[in-house]
Write a new protein. Structure first.
Length: 231
């Protein structure tokens, strides 16, 4: 995840949501993993209000755009979904490989509040108590545990998540088009309402915590530099 991809996801999911030619959407990673980490430096200074204003707007827009996809969405997760697993949790069904893990390495573990929708989606799918524990002590969550929590629908052998997602897509395509579209719209509506209500506020809290983290890091660097000059 880089600042560029963060921007590009907004447009990509908007176009997908607007394209009525789409019948089913499968969301997956491009390789052995989903998303593993963040290139923090690409975002610039998170304490700069102008920088965070863009992060805030894109963070809200990308989730709303995924939620606005009006056909069934299947997530196929191989490997590590350690950044923005909230994207996957906006799918109607998640198929995960046996070795897949879910984690949030981009917020509390990095020193910032998890306000970008990660709590909204995990608390909606798994319950608030599990979501809070998952985010406050971010350790890899195995696919089987995520299935027990009701987040993952199916666990399949490694390397088979996309194949199984495609099988489900063919099954879903047997229903009439309007039925498929209206079912997705119906199923996603409660979560969409929470996204609209919570994520803008959450990203404001995250931005304040990110600014405080930058301030703390800068203060430590200045203190080390001063000690070096004294020495």
């Amino acid at each position: 995840m880089t600042a560029q991809t963060h921007t590009e996801f907004v447009e990509a999911f908007y176009r997908i949501s607007q394209d009525r030619v789409n019948k089913i959407v499968i969301l997956t990673g491009a390789g052995r993993d989903f998303i593993t980490d963040v290139d923090w430096s690409s975002f610039g200074n998170a304490a700069d209000p102008g920088v965070w204003s863009q992060v805030h707007d894109e963070g809200v827009q990308v989730l709303e755009n995924i939620a606005n996809i009006r056909v069934p969405v299947i997530a196929a997760i191989e490997g590590r979904a350690h950044i923005h697993s909230d994207y996957a949790l906006l799918a109607n069904v998640i198929v995960a490989a046996e070795g897949a893990t879910f984690q949030d390495v981009g917020h509390y573990a990095a020193g910032v509040a998890p306000g970008d929708g990660i709590f909204t989606t995990w608390s909606y799918r798994a319950g608030a108590g599990r979501a809070e524990a998952f985010l406050l002590d971010p350790k890899p969550l195995p696919a089987r545990t995520a299935q027990e929590w009701g987040v993952v629908a199916e666990v399949v052998p490694n390397g088979q998540a996309l194949t199984r997602a495609q099988e489900l897509a063919k099954l879903y395509l047997k229903a009439p088009e309007v039925t498929r579209r209206n079912t997705r719209i119906h199923f996603i509506q409660p979560l969409k309402e929470r996204i609209v209500r919570e994520v803008g506020y959450g990203l404001s809290l995250e931005g304040a915590s990110a600014a405080d983290l930058v301030k703390s890091i800068q203060a430590k660097s200045e203190s080390v530099a001063q000690k070096g000059r004294v020495a």
